[in-house]
Design a protein around this ligand. Structure first.
Ligand SMILES: O=C(CO)COP(=O)(O)O
Length: 253
């Protein structure tokens, strides 16, 4: 089964609304056809309204970098899935390792956010990945399996097939130290097997799995050539229009 690649830029806490707008204006008519690849930028909440309007009619899709699991209420500083759906946002990154490490995100809140996203027509991009200690201690399988299993809890199989999983080994994020294509593929294949065990081979064959961690235009080709890597979640190299477009060019081959 062939899966459509998905390349997503994760801008993290970068760009003013003006800078974000200028980026989208610069790339929106240059991204490849959405028949070929899903091209996504995940931007800070403040820019989302503007970017959805900017990208309208183009093949570029807009993602949030986080979402709360409740629809409304006394959650100071949070943004709900209802609000994102209302803007026309299409994706939400959930459980990024920076949120797990710095903002008390847990496997339980990740799961709630996945369920809440589907309830509001947002496609979740669920981040998983091990620390350097866990990798060196030979624990990556159990860590990743646990994160995936908990993230998918209660997700029906038709929705499970639409989940995007991003494998981001924590030691490779922003460090310039990318996992080798073979190592990344081994983990992505293991994630797919975990999904097959939770559901079945059909769902597992549909789930798209990205690699993230120091992906650059020069390295993305080797990653995408692997059997179980269906795209990339990219931080630093997604911040400049030329570099973002060069990442997408790799899909065209
Ligand atoms: O965390 C990442 C994407 O979500 C990866 O960031 P870098 O590409 O900057 O290593």
């Amino acid at each position: 089964m062939s899966r459509k690649p998905i390349i997503a830029g994760n801008w993290k806490m970068n760009k003013t609304v003006k800078e974000a707008h200028e980026f989208v204006e610069a790339v929106k008519d240059k991204v490849p056809s959405a028949d070929l690849v899903d091209s996504v930028v995940a931007a800070p909440f403040l820019a989302l309204d503007r970017l959805v309007a900017d990208a309208k009619g183009s093949d570029l899709k807009i993602s949030a970098e986080n979402v709360h699991f409740e629809n409304s209420g006394a959650f100071t500083g949070e943004v709900s899935p209802v609000m994102l759906e209302d803007l026309g946002v299409q994706y939400a990154i959930i459980g990024h390792s920076e949120r797990r490490a710095m903002f008390a995100e847990t496997d339980e809140t990740v799961n709630k956010k996945v369920l809440a996203s589907f309830a509001h027509h947002l496609i979740p991009i669920v981040c998983v990945g091990e620390t350097l200690d866990e990798r060196e201690g030979g624990k990556w399988q159990s860590v990743v399996k646990n994160q995936v299993t908990k993230a998918f809890a209660g997700v029906p199989s038709d929705q499970a097939a639409d989940v995007v999983v991003a494998y981001e080994p924590i030691w490779a994020i922003g460090t310039g130290k990318s996992a080798s294509s073979d190592d990344a593929n081994e983990v992505c294949a293991y994630i797919r097997k975990t999904v097959a065990d939770l559901y079945d081979e059909t769902v597992a064959a549909k789930v798209r799995i990205q690699y993230g961690g120091s992906v650059k235009p020069a390295t993305i080709g080797d990653l995408l050539a692997q059997s179980d890597i269906d795209g990339a979640l990219v931080g630093g190299a997604s911040l400049q229009p030329e570099s973002f477009l060069a990442l997408l060019d790799a899909v065209k081959g």
